[in-house]
Ligand binder design. Sequence first.
Ligand SMILES: Cc1cc2nc3c(=O)[nH]c(=O)nc-3n(C[C@H](O)[C@H](O)[C@H](O)COP(=O)(O)O)c2cc1C
Length: 208
Amino acid sequence: MTKLLHVSASPRGALSDSRALADAFLDTYRQAHPDVAVEHLDLFDGTLPTFGGLAAEAKMAAFGGGEPSAEQRGEWDAARAVFNRFAEADAYLFSVPMWNAGVPYVLKQWIDIISQPGWLFSFTPEAGYSGLILGKKAAVIYTSGVYSPGAPLAFGADFHAAFFNDWLRFAGFTDVTETHWQPTVLTATRDADKAAGLQRAADAGSRF
Ligand SMILES: Cc1cc2nc3c(=O)[nH]c(=O)nc-3n(C[C@H](O)[C@H](O)[C@H](O)COP(=O)(O)O)c2cc1C
């Protein structure tokens, strides 16, 4: 293995909890794999292209076995460049805060850009979807501030890990390491929880 891509989905920079856990993961990961290059893809760096009408039409054409038109080509090629950066890596770390019970919109935008027929998945009416990202490992850091597994519904529901884990399965990943730091406001142990979360991330990085 030569390259691990860290895909981050928080705009909070040095204040980011999910980034802190990702850094703890990467510190121990680098110690265990000094030969692997770690690249960072910051989904909030403002470089993600839009996926609008022309790209959507190109996707429908590709799904039907056709080719994008000359007019659709620009948006389709821009999407392909984003996919290529993803596909070139050998392993992945995703750091994903919960936003409004789901994932931050830039992560959904990135998923909508790269999840294309013939690139990320194939489809037949008989067998349905098959992921094409095979034989690669993924690690995911999930953080939230209010929602916590087991908390009452008034503290939120999980369209976050549930959604992203399903996308990983859809893409073809079968080896997924999850680290959660989801302290609930119902407990007053946030700092101790965070230390434990950082340790879980470090442990996951050393084993990945
Ligand atoms: C726009 C926004 C929406 C959020 N929505 C939720 C939410 O629905 N449920 C929740 O438990 N926490 C929510 N949070 C809190 C974050 O998930 C939590 O603080 C997380 O650890 C932040 O990660 P970060 O510091 O890496 O950005 C939200 C935070 C922001 C900024």
